[in-house]
Design a protein around this ligand. Sequence first.
Ligand code: ADP
Length: 488
Amino acid sequence: LPIQLDDPSLFKTDSYIDGKWVQATDKSTFPVDNPANGQTIAQVSNLDADQAQAAIKAADKAFKSWRTLTGKERAGILRKWFDLIIANTEDLAKLMTLEQGKPLAEARGEIGYGGSFVEWFAEQAKRVSGDIMASPNKANRMLVMREPIGVCAAITPWNFPNAMITRKVAPALAAGCTVVLKPAEQTPLSALALAELAERAGIPAGVLNIIAADSDRSIAIGKVLCDSPVVKKVTFTGSTAVGRILMQQSAPTIKKMSLELGGHAPFIVFDDADLDAAVEGAMVAKYRNAGQTCVCTNRIYVHEAIYDAFIEKFSAKVNSLQIGDGFTDKVTQGPLIDDAAIQKVREHVEDALGKGAKVNAGGQAHQLGGRFFQPTVISNISEDMLCMREETFGPLAPVVKFSNEDHVIELANNTEYGLAAYFYSRDVARIFRVAEALEYGMVGVNTGLISNEVAPFGGVKQSGLGREGSVYGMDDFMEMKYVCLGGM
Ligand code: ADP
């Protein structure tokens, strides 16, 4: 093993179909590397499209019995899975830091966050009920039953290798659906460890299937999952570009879709804000996971009256971040996921500097080399810079001066995205006014951290469809059936 684990059997490189650990039919494997040093840490079985078909078949067979369990029975099994995830936090966190790069403390935090969805939906599994409506005529009685939608396909990204899986799988399983999941090719180890714990928790064969593949085979598997008439729903977290492809591929079979796509979060600091709190919030909203989250702020707008003070305090904080290998003590910023990620940050910085931006902190590749980039703050920003339109997905913060509330709201909304937005103000009337005016699925007011299992996570516009987590999160995995009793 490339790492010391309390329980080495959590280090899995084969995939999990129908309750069995399987290799690729042609024995093909693909390398997974440690972003901190580029070294290969595992060769993982590279499953193919036919094996995706086998997984769909297994999920279809398992659905017939899994859906007939009571909500309480499914709840009990999910609760065991949750307990095992929490009991194995340290090993799961180490596997995550190893393949994803985030600092170990952040990885531990993600296991708690990921686990919380399993706990929450284990509780919610018991609370699915229907309705009886008041009929408009005396002869009828009208009921609504709620039923699991069927076999679900899930495709997940590398930035939250644990939580993006549990946030989909837990509500699906709680509802009585079965799942075929294809994790990101960069982070299959976290996914396969979750499958091992699911098996130990007693999740029956075929209910949760996890198939790993490299990027080429992921595309072929994605096609199979979308084409299959057996799969009733696709749930995806990733880029808007891939979301569009999956939606197109799913059109012939009219699948239900849940899409958690890209974002371009504005972060607005009004002149009545608590400045220190705003700086703190901006640090969290920007630099968590080295800027690689879809709710990370991409654009910071600061009122002119406090602009210079904000830049000064914010840049000082950014300069105090500790960059390095996520396993090293006190490191707060790990490497970016791959070379393309570094290239994109570099491009956005160079584009901005070419258009007149000024560097206030960082600005270059980090001296550690490889996939490390200095956390960066730039000012003197114009709206035509790439970083003001495209998701940087890295540690770059453009800070823009504004003078007028209406204008800054217009700028904030001027994007095809609509996932998360943040603002700082202490004026109650303004808080309601701005929260209502922002065209976003989620708004953080006086906080840079908004995600938890109780909240409905999701976006509007081209940031996606559907909501994950919360009391609404199971709706995406259920159908309504209306039953009309006549002649009463
Ligand atoms: P990112 O740019 O963050 O890597 P992607 O949207 O490319 O995000 O990837 C998210 C997930 O989508 C990964 O699991 C990846 O393998 C998968 N994926 C990428 N392209 C396709 C595709 N054409 N069909 C199905 N899945 C895909």
